[in-house]
Design a protein around this ligand. Sequence first.
Ligand code: TMP
Length: 215
Amino acid sequence: MPLKKKPTGTLISFEGSEGSGKSTQIAHLAKRLQDAGRDVISLREPGGTEIGEQIRNIIVHNSKGDEMCAETELLLFAAARAQLVREVIAPALVKGTVVLSDRFLDSSTVYQGIGRNLGAGPVESINRFAVGNVMPDLTIVIDVPTEVSLARLRQRASDVPDRMERENVSFYKKVREGYLVLAKGMPERFFVVDGTKPEKTVEKAIWTAVQKRLG
Ligand code: TMP
């Protein structure tokens, strides 16, 4: 269903491998935007709605998860995204809110299209069907080398890796490369920041990019 009113809000998506520091940087950006007087909501994908959180549980924690085929995985991510767009993101954009999303359609392009080898064509059409005309105004990729990403993952408090986190190094290398190629192809939408730099440096770089791109 297309949006009826022209949105006045802004959608900023954050992308990157596991352990890239997306949630920390989303919290910093939300604070800066709120201090600047903007209405802000922060969401995560998959999730952000009751239906989406249930889907997240199936994808990430399902005990039969290892038997899930790549096509099912893609469609479940898309289903969660379709719900999030219509229930939360589109209405927020119409109200002029800045929406910060921890992952959006580019995650499917990279994880399912490239990581799972489903190919760009099918993922692109399913993505388009899921989001309608709601596209990010800016996508921030926090880039970290795969070794750093995996080391950070291992340090996380929850010792048991979830289904997505049990992938091998070559999968994550493809994911990282995929993001970089995507960003290079669409420089007007993407901003890539070096996630190995100190947290404050990354925060400042993101804030500068947001101000520059969105005014
Ligand atoms: P998170 O750990 O950043 O919350 O993301 C959950 C996992 O789901 C992560 O491994 C990335 C993966 N994912 C996809 O594979 N495709 C998608 O479309 C999305 C949104 C996430």
